[in-house]
Design a protein around this ligand. Sequence first.
Ligand SMILES: [Zn+2]
Length: 144
Amino acid sequence: MALIFESKECARCGGTGRHSYNQIDGNRCFGCGGAGEKVTKRGQAAQTHYIDKLVISVNDLEVGMRVIDSGDRYTVASIVIENAHCTKVYSVSNNLYVYSVIESVRRIPTKEERLVLIKDSLAFQSTLTKAGAVSKRSNNKGAK
Ligand SMILES: [Zn+2]
């Protein structure tokens, strides 16, 4: 995810995204994954808030929903509830995903939905303390 939420320059690489060479990452800084910046605690909490809104129970899946499953993005074509322990979800490209009823999946929001969610999560972010905790003072507008 691009750094939508509050971020700061990566202290490890000083914002360059590069660090000393190693065989696995080359010279990409592993503090920030090469981005040069990383989300703050407050930004992290807002990001979690954003993602939480997209996580739904397998029982709430609907045909047409877009889902991300361990890096795989797919659109739900059909849902077959086999029994209490097995729900089969077929994607439009005819891949099969099998879930148990207690599992959760992460939806991919529509463009419009995403904008609303980001706005909501940024508003949430502004209520947090620097440590990413919900501020106790209700009149705190969130210092930048
Ligand atoms: Zn870095």
